[in-house]
Design a binder for this molecule. Structure first.
Ligand code: GDP
Ligand code: MG
Ligand code: ZN
Ligand code: ZN
Length: 388
């Protein structure tokens, strides 16, 4: 079974469909036509116009279109008509889902994480990050990279919720492992929905988001520390005056998303959640001056091409201590009750507090954005852990 990384329907290998390549040059092929199924999946008024989808009795890597007889290797999901990349069919990766409440910093995190994985971190880990379809490439450019990296605009101000597409960005993150003689590759499928938080808060979670979480092999939660009761107070120098109560914490958007998603995962795992779960405080740049200088969250991670287990433990401990200090210890207690395998992180996509609607003049200097991913890679035995 392959799980479609777009609609998360499980597809038996013999049910994979194909899209005709259509006419090109002198080669005949079926004329493009509106694809209602793909249109319905993406939402919006105009369905894309593409050559038609067909299925064959025994699908292999290629199939001959029954209408025009042209051979095609363009495999698609029979349920949503999105392209199923060849590498994904051959080697379906672990699906990593990203969730967080509105304004937790998801868009910014996606923009910066993808950029880092393609550049600095990709190099360090000897890994590639490949978009799974053309739309991911295009949307990353227009909705994420251009506004943030070229125009230095905060993403909140460039996206109105009315035109946020509901299909995810999908990437394969692939590492080459093993010795020279026994090389193999292993992949993570990063499925990045930007709207998840808002939709997850609705009483009726959408079918798509339900399947998304049901298919996930790992979850990254983004929590906005500025929304935690005690952190606000810390920022305003009155940390000790306000005691957050349990009810208070549960009411917050941040926690609401965590609880909803957890309930769903628990149902799936029939008890405690067993998949590795990274819980990351975003925007940590805002709070660094309130942390001790020598602390783990003041250090940068050294690029050693492995997970530094001592550093990992130090960060985990510090974030736990911060949560308790900010009267958000409930978050940690809740996680420890519900999850077999969770880890705490602190990161900053921007690296500095933004100025109005633009990023800080010092530019985008991401801090520990890749940490959750390194830990997940380690958990999936795709990255070594070392003690120094
Ligand atoms: N200080 C700081 N603020 C951030 C960072 N990332 C996002 N923000 C702020 O949080 C707001 C919401 O971010 P966004 O990515 O749109 O959140 P989303 O609703 O989860 O997609 C932005 O407008 C920024 O002001 C960060 O790394 N540091
Ligand atoms: Mg967003
Ligand atoms: Zn699909
Ligand atoms: Zn055809």
């Amino acid at each position: 079974m392959i799980t479609c990384p777009f609609c998360f329907v499980k597809v038996a290998p013999n049910r994979v469909a194909f899209r005709c390549l259509g006419p090109s040059g002198r080669t005949v092929g079926c004329a493009p036509q509106p694809d209602g199924m793909l249109g319905a999946f993406r939402g919006g008024p105009n369905p894309p116009v593409l050559p038609p989808v067909f299925s064959v009795r025994r699908p292999g890597r290629r199939a001959v279109c029954p209408t025009c007889s042209r051979e095609s290797a363009w495999r698609v999901c029979p349920s949503c008509h999105n392209r199923l990349p060849a590498e994904y069919c051959a080697n379906p990766g672990k699906i990593v889902a990203l969730v967080g409440a509105k304004h937790a910093g998801k868009s910014t995190y996606i923009a910066v994480l993808v950029h880092e994985l393609m550049n600095r971190v990709g190099e360090e880990l000897n890994a590639s990050l490949v978009p799974c379809d053309d739309r991911t490439i295009e949307r990353y450019k227009t909705d994420f990279a251009r506004p943030l990296y070229a125009d230095h605009k905060l993403l909140t101000f460039t996206q109105s919720s009315a035109n946020v597409p509901r299909d995810p960005l999908v990437y394969l993150f692939t590492r080459t492992l093993g010795s020279r003689l026994r090389r193999r590759t292993a992949s993570l499928t990063l499925v990045l929905f930007d709207t998840a938080g808002e939709d997850l808060r609705q009483r009726e979670m959408s079918e798509l988001h339900l399947r998304y979480l049901q298919a996930a092999d790992a979850v990254i939660f983004l929590l906005d520390p500025l929304e935690l009761p005690g952190a606000q107070a810390a920022l305003h120098g009155s940390a000790r005056e306000r005691g957050g109560t349990l009810a208070d914490d549960l009411m917050s958007d941040q926690m609401d998303v965590v609880v909803r998603v957890t309930e769903l995962l628990r149902k799936r795992d029939k008890g405690r959640v067993t998949i590795p779960t990274a819980v990351a405080l975003s925007k940590i740049d805002e709070l660094r001056e309130f942390m001790e200088r020598q602390s783990a969250l003041h250090r940068t991670r050294e690029p050693i091409g492995a997970l530094d287990l001592d550093d990992r433990e130090a960060v985990d401990e510090q974030v736990r201590a911060l949560l308790h200090q900010w009267q958000a210890g409930m978050v940690d207690r809740y996680l420890s009750q519900q999850y077999d395998d969770y880890a705490l992180f602190g990161l900053s996509a921007l690296g500095a507090v933004p100025e109005g609607e633009t990023v800080a003049r010092s530019g985008i200097r991401p801090y520990r954005v890749e940490d959750p991913l390194l830990w997940l890679l380690y958990r999936f035995k795709m990255l070594d852990g070392i003690r120094r």
